[in-house]
Design a binder for this molecule. Structure first.
Ligand SMILES: Nc1nc2c(c(=O)[nH]1)N[C@H]1C(S)=C(S)[C@@H](COP(=O)(O)O)O[C@H]1N2
Ligand SMILES: [Mo]
Length: 458
C-alpha cells in the first residue's frame, strides 16, 4: 500500500498516541520483545517444548506497522501474466479446496545475535521460529483459476502493512515453480483458528521449508511477473553470499542470492543456559529440530561433554514433512561441575555445523547449540538474567530521540553491538528512509549511539 508523506506522518503520530492502528497481538505472553513498534518479538525458550507453538508464544516479525484490515472491503487481487484478473473475497477463497500443512516458520535472521563480529538487525537468539498448522488454499489453485500464462517467471506478493518512514514496501517474490508447488499455500487459519492480526490476518503466504521472509502477511495483491523483481526486499535484503567472504567483509548484492530453504537445526529448550541442576537427579535434556524443504530430520544427537561423545535423543511421535520434531534425552549427572551440553540434528544429506558461516546480514545461523550448565550438590538456583542496556527515553538526548524514535523505540538500538563505522552506515540508511537528521547533529548522534550501544563481545 502506498501512502503520501502527509498520511505517513499522521499514521506515525496516531501510533505514537496509541490510537487506531493496531500493534501487537493482544494475546501474546512471555515474549522477548525486540521492538515494541513495529512489533517484533521472540518466542521464549519454553516454546520449543510444544509440537505446535501456541499462538500466544509464536514469534512476530514485522518490518512495518501492523495494518488494520476490514474484511468487508478486503479483496485479494490476482493480476499480471494471467488470462483473467481476479478480485476475491475471503469467502471466495474458503469455497475452494482447503489444505492443512504443519510447517516451521523461521526468520532468516533467527540466531543472528550470536555472530561475531555482530551486524545490525534484530538480535534474535533462538526463538525467531515457530511451528504451526496452517490452513488455507493452494496458491496453485488460485493461479490456475486466473489462468496463469507461460510467460510468468516470478510471483509477487504485496501486503497491506504501512511502511515505517519512507522505507520501501515489504514486497517479495517467489519463482513460479515454487508458487505452483502443491505445498505453497495462502493461509487464512493458524492452529485451527482465524489467522491472528500479528500473523497476517486475513491471508498470508506459506512456503513450507523456506525461510519466512517469503511468507508474506496481510496479502492483498498477487502479481505474476514476466521478469525478475527488482524491489529492495529481493535485491538488497534477504540475500546470502554465493561464495562466503571472511567475517566482517562486505559482499555486494550481485554476489549474493536470495535466502530460500531452511537449514538443518536443533535447539535445546531445557536445561536453560546458565542454570544449575542437581547431582544424582534425573534431568530431561529436550528441544526441537527441523530442516529445509529437501529432507526431513533423521536424528538428533546430544553431547554432555562438549562434543567428545554423543548419544542419540529420542524423537517425538508427532511428525510431518515440514514441521519440527521434538526430541529428548534423560540425563542423571553423577559428578558436580560445569557441563557443555550440545545438540546436533541431521538429515539424510546434511548435519549441523560447529562453526557458523558469517555473512553480512547474519542469516541462516544453524550452528550446534551449546548450553552451559552447572551440576551442583544441594538446591539449584534459577538462571540469572543478563544485564540490560536499556536507557529511559527521557535520558536519551533530544536529537537522538527526534532522529530515531519518531519511527521506532530505543529497544531496537539497545540490542545492537556496532562499531562507529557500522552506526554511520545505519544512520545513512535511516536518513534515506526518512529519519530527520540535521547535518550539524550527525556527529553527536553517532558519538552517542557508539558510546551506548557500541561493539561489545557477547
Ligand atoms: N507483509 C509483510 N509480511 C511479512 C513481513 C512483513 O514485514 N510484512 N515479515 C516477514 C518476515 S521477515 C518474517 S520472519 C515473517 C514472520 O512471520 P510471523 O510474524 O508470523 O512470525 O513474516 C514475513 N512476512
Ligand atoms: Mo524474517
Amino acid at each position: 500500500m502506498n501512502y503520501s508523506r502527509r498520511t505517513l506522518f499522521q499514521i506515525a503520530a496516531s501510533i505514537a498516541a496509541g490510537s487506531t492502528v493496531r500493534g501487537a497481538d493482544e494475546t501474546k505472553r512471555d515474549m522477548i520483545v525486540r521492538s515494541a513498534r513495529p512489533y517484533d518479538a521472540e518466542m521464549p525458550m519454553s516454546g520449543f517444548k510444544h509440537y505446535l507453538t501456541p499462538i500466544e508464544n509464536f514469534f512476530v516479525r514485522s518490518h512495518h506497522y501492523t495494518p488494520t484490515v476490514e474484511l468487508q472491503s478486503w479483496r485479494l487481487s490476482v493480476e499480471g501474466e494471467v488470462a483473467s484478473k481476479l478480485s476475491l473475497t475471503i469467502d471466495d477463497l474458503k469455497k475452494m479446496p482447503k489444505v492443512e500443512i504443519v510447517g516451521v516458520c523461521e526468520c532468516a535472521g533467527n540466531t543472528r545475535g550470536i555472530y561475531e563480529p555482530s551486524m545490525p538487525g534484530l538480535q534474535w537468539e533462538y526463538g525467531g521460529v515457530g511451528n504451526a498448522k496452517w490452513g488455507g488454499v493452494r496458491l496453485a489453485d488460485v493461479l490456475k483459476r486466473a489462468g496463469i500464462k507461460t510467460s510468468g517467471i516470478e510471483v509477487l506478493f504485496d501486503g497491506a502493512d504501512v511502511p515505517v518512514g519512507t522505507m520501501p514496501e515489504f514486497q517479495r517474490t517467489i519463482p513460479v515453480r515454487r508458487a505452483l508447488h502443491p505445498n505453497t499455500l495462502l493461509a487464512y487459519e493458524m492452529n485451527g483458528q482465524t489467522l491472528p492480526v500479528a500473523h497476517g490476518f486475513p491471508l498470508r503466504v506459506i512456503v513450507p521449508g523456506w525461510a519466512s521472509d517469503s511468507w508474506v502477511k496481510w496479502v492483498t495483491r498477487i502479481q505474476v511477473l514476466d521478469k525478475e523483481f527488482e524491489g529492495f526486499f529481493m535485491k538488497t535484503a534477504y540475500r546470502y553470499p554465493v561464495k562466503l567472504a571472511a567475517p566482517g567483509v562486505a559482499v555486494p548484492p550481485d554476489k549474493m542470492r536470495p535466502v530460500q530453504s531452511l537449514r538443518v537445526k536443533s535447539v535445546i529448550a531445557a536445561p536453560l543456559i546458565g542454570s544449575q541442576i542437581s547431582v544424582g537427579k534425573q534431568t530431561v535434556v529436550s528441544g526441537a529440530a527441523w530442516a529445509g524443504d529437501d529432507s526431513p530430520i533423521t536424528g538428533v544427537d546430544v553431547s554432555l561433554d562438549g562434543g567428545r561423545s554423543w548419544k542419540p535423543a529420542a524423537l517425538g511421535v508427532d511428525k510431518s514433512q515440514f514441521g519440527w520434531r521434538l526430541w529428548q534425552l534423560n540425563w542423571t549427572p553423577a559428578v558436580e561441575g560445569y557441563y557443555n551440553v550440545l545438540s546436533r540434528a541431521k538429515t539424510a544429506s546434511d548435519i549441523q555445523p560447529f562453526a557458523y558461516e558469517w555473512n553480512p546480514s547474519g542469516y541462516q545461523n544453524n550452528t550446534v547449540h551449546r548450553v552451559g550448565v552447572e551440576v551442583v550438590a544441594g538446591e539449584p538456583h534459577p538462571p540469572t538474567a543478563a544485564a540490560s542496556t536499556a536507557i529511559p527515553a527521557r535520558d536519551i538526548p533530544a536529537n537522538v530521540r527526534a532522529a530515531c524514535m519518531t519511527c521506532h523505540g530505543s529497544d531496537v538500538m539497545e540490542q545492537q553491538r556496532l562499531t562507529r563505522a557500522q552506526w554511520d552506515r545505519e544512520v545513512t540508511k535511516m536518513v534515506n528512509w526518512g529519519a530527520p537528521v540535521k547535518d550539524a547533529d550527525r556527529g553527536a548522534i553517532l558519538d552517542y549511539l557508539t558510546s551506548k550501544w557500541g561493539y561489545r563481545p557477547r
